[in-house]
Write a protein that binds this ligand. Sequence first.
Ligand code: MUC
Ligand code: MG
Length: 370
Amino acid sequence: MPAALVRSVETFIVDIPLRRVHKLSRAVLTHQSYLIVRLTTADGVQGIGEATVPGGPWWSGESVEAMRALFLNHIAPLLDGRDIFSANAIMAEIDQVAYANAALKSAVETALLDATARTLSIPMSGLFGGRIADALPVLWVLATGELEADVAEAQAKIDAGLHRRFKIKVGRGDPGDDARRAVETASAIGCPCSIDLNEAWSFADSTRALAVLDGSGVDILEQPLPRADLPGLADLARRSSLAIMADESACSTTDMISVIRERAASYVSLKISKAGGPSRMLAIARMAQAAGINLFGGTALDSSIGTAANLQCCSTLPLAGGTELFMPLLLADDILEEPLIYRDFCVEVPSGVGLGVTIDDAKLRHYERK
Ligand code: MUC
Ligand code: MG
């Protein structure tokens, strides 16, 4: 195999507005920021990757600003002149230079694998043994914080044939009130719903809320407790008819060992950004699969670029819970030449080479932070 050497790397911070305000337990979003990494080989092949943290540093301590500084000062020099067919070796070297920073590492590995797959003229999923699905079910995340607005939004999504499962973001108000709002929302919509707390509840809050949620249309409870409280999650799982989904508790293979040992969850939310890239996300997935834990395709509120990368990975896995790769539809604009396709309650896995998507350079420049 002839070498394909990295000739240049570029970064772009982009801020894309949302169609409506998105309220998570500890963040209120009017826009989402991304760090895009683009590398070009000596042959002129490009690879792109995206580093995303949902709503800023509250989720993992990472931010687009800090990631860019780390990349320019410590990681870009490692990529210069390197063979893109050595992604494993390059990522191991990056680990020696920079601790943590999963989202940035995900962008770098994605760009390397995108360029590799484009050079080989195959979709990125081909690097992982090929896809087992061409379209994946996709839920919509309700996060206006208002019952009526959430129900109206859900109804419009159902009518448009886009989504028939929903995730309700709660955790900003009283736990009992939030649980009742979620139950009423699920019952008004008439579709299965999950709720995501992003670690907002205590154990006492959770047991109080479960008294309301048990036996309702809410069937999955995502990350109610702080990420380190695995015994607490396991205790909730034993007490409740709701399935527990680990998100913040399952960011690495080491985390996954603990989740499995503690029997803390029956679903795991998979995201390339929190795992540190496609390879590590797939390693977490295989561990969960071996332990009988259901696989769910999560999002860090990725744009179409990160969504395409997650789709290339998720399409190679036996997902049991579908995906929440909805974010391109919540962004007010797209930075791709051709948007991803959402239809029949699914999102299609791009079929072209690499990530299967092409950046619209004019849009990239338009949303680039000045
Ligand atoms: C998360 O924690 O799940 C996913 C959907 C959403 O609205 O927020 C993200 C992050
Ligand atoms: Mg979550």
